[in-house]
Every structure is written in C-alpha cells, then in structure tokens.
Design a protein around this ligand. Sequence first.
Ligand SMILES: Nc1nc2c(ncn2[C@@H]2O[C@H](COP(=O)(O)OP(=O)(O)O)[C@@H](O)[C@H]2O)c(=O)[nH]1
Ligand SMILES: [Mg+2]
Length: 440
Amino acid sequence: MINKMREILSRITRAGVLDKKQVEEIVRDIQRTLITADVNVKLVKEVSERIKKRALEEKLPAGVSRREHLIRIIYDELVGILGGEKYSPRMERHKILLVGLFGSGKTTMVGKLARYYLKRGMSVAAITTDTWRPAAYEQLQQIGQAVGFPVLGGKGEDAVKILEESLKKHKGQDILIVDSAGRDSLSDDLIREIKEIKEILQPDEVFLVISADIGQTASKQAQAFNDAVGLTGVIVTKTDSSGRAGGALSACRQAGVPVAFISTGEKPEDFEVFNAEKFVSRLLGFPDLGELLKKVQEAVEESEFSPEDLLKQEYNLRTFYKQLEAMKKMGPLKKVLEMLGAASVPKEMVEESEEKLRTFKVIMDSMTKEELEHPEIIKSSRIKRIARGSGKSEKEVRELLKQYEMSKKMIKKIKKGKFRGIPGMKGLKGIPGMPPGMMK
Ligand SMILES: Nc1nc2c(ncn2[C@@H]2O[C@H](COP(=O)(O)OP(=O)(O)O)[C@@H](O)[C@H]2O)c(=O)[nH]1
Ligand SMILES: [Mg+2]
C-alpha cells in the first residue's frame, strides 16, 4: 500500500495537466490500492467518490494549484477513514489488561508498553495469566529482562489464581500490565476468563490486541470483544509486515473502537501512539505532509501576490520584483514537490533567491521611476550609472535585466495561453513565469 500510494502521489506531481480524465484515473488507482489493503469495499467507494467529487467540483482556494489541492483532498479523506479521536496515553499510575486471540502479539506488546512508560520515568511491572501457551511465563521473563521490568508471576494452571497471587507481589509500580491467554476465536470460555480477570484486576485500560493481517475482519472482532468484555481501545500489531494495515485500521474506526497504539515490528522500540495524520503522511511518502500543507496554505494567505493580478497588470520591473517576493514565500511548497521527487529544485534555491532578491532590491533602488516602469530604456550608459549608484557590478545589473526579460517573455506566453509550465514544476499555477535563472 505504501509504495503504491507514493507512486500515485508522484504521478500527480508529474502530470502535465490534471483534467477530468487524469483525476478519474488517479481515483481508480487509489480505489484499487485501498481494496488491496483490504479496506471495506463500500467504504472505498464512498471515499473515492468523495475525492473525485471534491477534486472536480470544489473551487480552488486562491493561490493553490490544482495538484496541491488534490493532494490535500486525498490526505484529508484518508485521515478521515483511518483516524478518529487521538488516544492520549495516561501519564499517571494505571493498570492495563491486554486481551486478544492467539498469536496477535500480546506478549510482545507488554515489552513495548513497558519500554514506553519506563522511558517516561514511570516504574513498570507485569503479570501473565496465560495458562495455555507453554513457556508463556518464560517468554515474558525474557522480555522483562531485556527491557528492564519485573514479572511478578505467571506459573500455574488457574489464570485467576495466578493473578491473585501475583497481585500480592505488586510493589506499587506505576504501571501494571497484565498479559492474558488467547484462544483461536472469541469463545465463551475466553469471555468468562477475561471477565473474571477484569473483576479482580479492575484495569483502567482494556486493550484488544489484533494483528493487521486480519484486515477488515478487525471490525467484527473489535465489536465482539467490546460487547463481551468492554474495551477502552485496540492495539494493531504487525503493521510492518502486513499489507492490510489500512483495512484493519479503518475497520476499527468503523467499529467505533479507537486505535490507541500500533506496533511496527518485533522489537520493543517498534511501537507508537497511533496518529492517523502521521500514518497517512508516511503512507503518502513523507513524514510531515500535514504540517507542510498547512505551511503552504499560510504562505499563500500571507502573500498578497495574486497570479491573476499579475497577468492583468502591466509587466515591468516593479511587478517582476513583487513576483520574486511571492516566489520566496512559496518556499514550503517547493519543499513539498521536491520531497515528492517531482521537481528538480536545488536545496540552495531558497537561500540563493533571498540573496539575489536583496541584490536586486539594492539595484532597483538606484533606478528612476521611469526606468522601473519602462525597463526597455535601460541601455549601457544607464547600466553604468545604476551599478555605480547601487555599489553593485554592471554584471549584476545585467543579470537582473536578463532575468526580467526572460520572465516577461514567459508572462507573454501565459497571456497567450501557450504556457506549459516551468521545467520540473509543470503546470504550477501559483507562480507563473518564475524566471528560469532562479531555478538553476
Ligand atoms: N513483524 C512483526 N511481528 C510481530 C509484531 N508483534 C508481534 N510479532 C510477532 O508475532 C508473534 C506472536 O507474538 P506474541 O506476542 O507471542 O503473541 P501472543 O500470542 O498474542 O502473545 C511473535 O513471533 C512476535 O515476534 C509486529 O508488530 N511485527
Ligand atoms: Mg502470549
């Protein structure tokens, strides 16, 4: 799912034009990817219809390009199907009970949770009431030794007895984690056992641990466990090795049971609080998409530069300068495109343009009003005078004029409708006529 989503995004950024046909193709690709990840078909249909409708019908916010808008819509909608309320881990003393079927990753999860709270300065102890799995106690012991927490007990034949005896050894550690036994399915016998354990332990959190492998079945399982024993949340494991994590996560959301944590590998550190925005950002190919999209939006709102006005106004050195300033503010957007592998924008781009902007500004301050508004009158004697007056070289003055000329040509093309975009940033609507000299 991850690779496929990245491919789709990079196709969006590479596409010359984003017309109806292109949008439909992209939506079909997203549909296929979600179905492969075992997301419920009805949900896939709903979300892809919404993406299509919004992409084709919503009015573009000022200064936002069609492709940016499409990325934003896809991001929003994916967060919508995967996310719910964000879980905040309790940072006070509490008891956690882990329940779930065989092999879902409960015992491994004890180590992850323990490490998480130990790192935050809390003390931890654990108990296993698993009387089914041979060597369940030894498995947890090993994890406890590696991570650094005591295992209070877990040997015996009766889960309830084990728990009662182990609780006597509890020395008041902040976090007490109880690992329980699974079954192949949610049997009456398992329900009874969990209920008894709950009665005695009085846990603050009851987490159902499920493997991402079960995909959309997670919805039924979460509901069944919730009805039978009452859950405070779900923990989804094996999101690293299963292609169905999207299905499992969206299914929990549909079941109305929040996903508290996810596990991303076998080691104790492969673990995180579930955050749909972060998850989707990673899915789409880079870690801070939400943050970047926000920055782009702010940059656009801040800048008073309107591409439409630029085309209406007479183009001269003053408009050229305004355009450069706006371009500088668009920095974050370039970062988005660059990270998506779409644009060949050099890293120095922003800094370099800032320095150039300063130079250009100094040079322009030494020009007369007439020269700024009708740059075509600037010939070599004026260039000499401007260079002397501004303390810059003639070469720099010529460079400013050259870039202005190139930019002006491009604006002309846009006005005639022949503009296809800047190489590497094709069709980018926000910054028409960015001079190629600034993009070396
Ligand atoms: N790849 C991967 N393997 C995991 C993850 N969590 C658990 N496992 C493995 O799944 C298997 C079953 O885990 P275990 O904790 O014993 O499951 P339990 O029966 O629910 O206690 C073990 O081999 C774990 O190493 C995970 O997030 N990613
Ligand atoms: Mg176990």
